[in-house]
Design a protein around this ligand. Structure first.
Ligand code: NAD
Ligand code: UGA
Length: 464
């Protein structure tokens, strides 16, 4: 096998786009083609207006503008690019199944299977196939079975590797440039060396871990489960803080300074969102049950229970503080993305909190610096009102000022920088009093000593 010169990535999403952009940037000698069945998405990746890229990530625009058309291409020519490639990344979506066996728990592998079938149909010569998507342990076997089910006269050779992606949205480019580790699972030594060589262009050899296929696949699910478990752990303690007078930031710092625990991923919040934590834990629970490990399944399920409960109890606290009813009350929702520095809203806690409040009769003014009206409409399944004077439902606000005018309460859900510097003395004057601020991220500069005529609720703090 020769060094890799042509890469194809199937799936131009949140992972495929940024990951391939960084590979193209770091490996000028390799041509990278990112393919997708979604024409609109490919058009957005090719847009000359870089603010129209389908993914917002700090640093991404710069890399796209330097590599696109040089050694990085976005195209719908799937067959042609598969045929031309020495190495193919599968980076398609693997959401939770919505019907059939394992519905609501298992990963839907139909896009993985379709990719494997496309590769089998169009690949030529010797091809390395790399799982980038997060998949249930043992999926490589399915891919291999599909690729190897060919006629005897067919002399093509396939090598399947697992190379899960650990980037987090909002910091994707940094995570890709300076990864904690790159994990490669597989059997064929030559294929492993060739994939390793790509990463060696910018990643230290010591950070490239090699395992068998199954350890690699399972490590990805386990890593996400461990991260999510930390968020649920700190959120469970935040509820205890609110009733005991302990302060969650003090507790979090006290826990995190223990080197064995570490300080990261101990920020309380409205619950974890994003497309992966929930689906990957559901998948882990499903696999554990499949292998008869009920206790393991129950253990990880609790991480999800706490996450759902955290979102419910925040909605409940808002209604409770606003005298037990939000009917026809105006509430500003600041932030709709599942975390700051991304336009992704998948599984955002803002969705369930907004739905709960609308169901209670509230009128929401929703503002997020990077999320469009259409995207919020899709997530809520409700259209935005055209004017601010509606009594129930929601209105898409263009800025903070519009969102907060005349409201009874402001709920901060995403930790965007612009919400950290809000001038509360000015905002307070524009609200209807008695007015409330609910800070679910502990980012506002309001304190219980200096509330500026506002009632304040902060997660993990007792406010009575
Ligand atoms: P995504 O939905 O943003 O993108 C997937 C893309 O694949 C879509 O554009 C879709 O049209 C395309 N696609 C599906 N089937 C195809 C086919 N047969 N041929 C061509 N294109 C096809 O998903 P994502 O967020 O990029 O996630 C992809 C995978 O990476 C998932 O398994 C996810 O769990 C994993 N992952 C995601 C993240 C993240 O931060 N989003 C991080 C690490 C791992
Ligand atoms: C997560 C992992 O961090 C990545 O390593 C992984 O590759 C990715 O999932 C994936 O497989 O998709 P991501 O979901 O993009 O990345 O973002 P995170 O930074 O992990 O945040 C997830 C959620 O947890 C967000 O809603 C965030 O606000 C919340 N969170 C995170 C907290 O509430 N507190 C924390 O201390 C950390």
């Amino acid at each position: 096998m020769k060094d890799i010169k042509n890469i194809c990535c199937i799936g131009a999403g949140f992972v495929g786009g940024p990951t391939m952009a960084v590979i193209a940037y770091k490996c000028p000698g390799i041509k990278v083609n990112v393919v997708d069945i979604n024409e609109k998405r490919i058009d957005s990746w090719n847009s000359s207006d870089l603010s129209k890229l389908p993914v917002f990530e700090p640093g991404l625009r710069e890399i796209i503008s330097s590599q696109r058309g040089v050694n990085l291409y976005f195209t719908t020519e799937i067959a042609k690019q598969i045929a031309n490639s020495d190495l193919i990344f599968i980076s398609v979506n693997t959401p939770t199944k919505t019907s059939g066996i394992g519905a609501g728990m298992a990963s839907d592998l139909k896009w993985i299977e379709a990719s494997a079938r496309q590769i089998k149909k169009y690949a030529t010569g010797e091809t390395i196939v790399v799982e980038k998507s997060t998949i249930p342990v043992k999926t490589a076997q399915t891919i291999k079975t599909i690729l190897e089910s060919k006629e005897k006269s067919d002399s093509r050779i396939f090598h399947v590797l697992s190379n899960p992606e650990f980037l987090a949205e909002g910091t994707a480019i940094n995570d890709l440039m300076y990864p904690d580790r790159v994990l490669i699972g597989g059997e064929n030594k030559k294929a492993i060396i060739l994939l390793t060589k790509i990463y060696l262009n910018w990643v230290n050899q010591k950070k490239i871990l090699k395992t068998n296929l199954w350890s690699s696949e399972l490590s990805k699910l386990a890593a996400n489960a461990f991260l999510a478990q930390r968020v649920s752990s700190i959120n469970s303690i935040s509820a205890l803080c609110e009733v005991t007078g302990a302060n969650i930031l003090d507790v979090s710092k006290s826990i995190g300074t223990d080197k064995r625990i570490g300080k990261r991923f101990l920020s309380p919040g409205p619950g974890f969102g994003g497309s992966c934590f929930k689906k990957d834990i559901l998948n882990l629970v499903y696999i554990s049950n499949f292998y008869g490990l009920r206790e393991v399944a129950d253990y990880w399920n609790k991480v999800l229970d706490i996450n759902e409960w955290q979102q419910k109890r925040i909605s409940y606290s808002i209604v409770n503080k606003l005298f037990g009813t939000v009917s026809e009350k105006k509430i500003a929702i600041l932030g709709f993305a599942f975390k700051a520095n991304t336009n992704d809203t998948r599984e955002s806690p803002a969705i369930s909190i907004s739905k709960n409040l609308i169901n209670e009769g509230a009128m929401l003014h929703i503002y997020d610096p990077k999320v469009s009206r259409l995207q919020i409409e899709e997530e809520l399944g409700i259209k935005s009102h055209e004017t601010l004077d509606a009594k129930k439902g929601w209105f898409f606000s263009e800025n903070i000022n519009e969102a907060i005018t005349g409201v009874d309460a402001i709920v901060i859900i995403t930790e965007w920088d612009e919400f950290k510097d809000i001038k509360w003395d000015e905002i307070s004057k524009k609200m209807r009093h008695p007015a409330w601020v609910f800070d679910t991220r502990l980012i506002s500069n309001l304190s219980f000593q200096n509330k500026l005529n506002l009632n304040l609720w902060k997660i993990g703090n007792s406010c009575d």
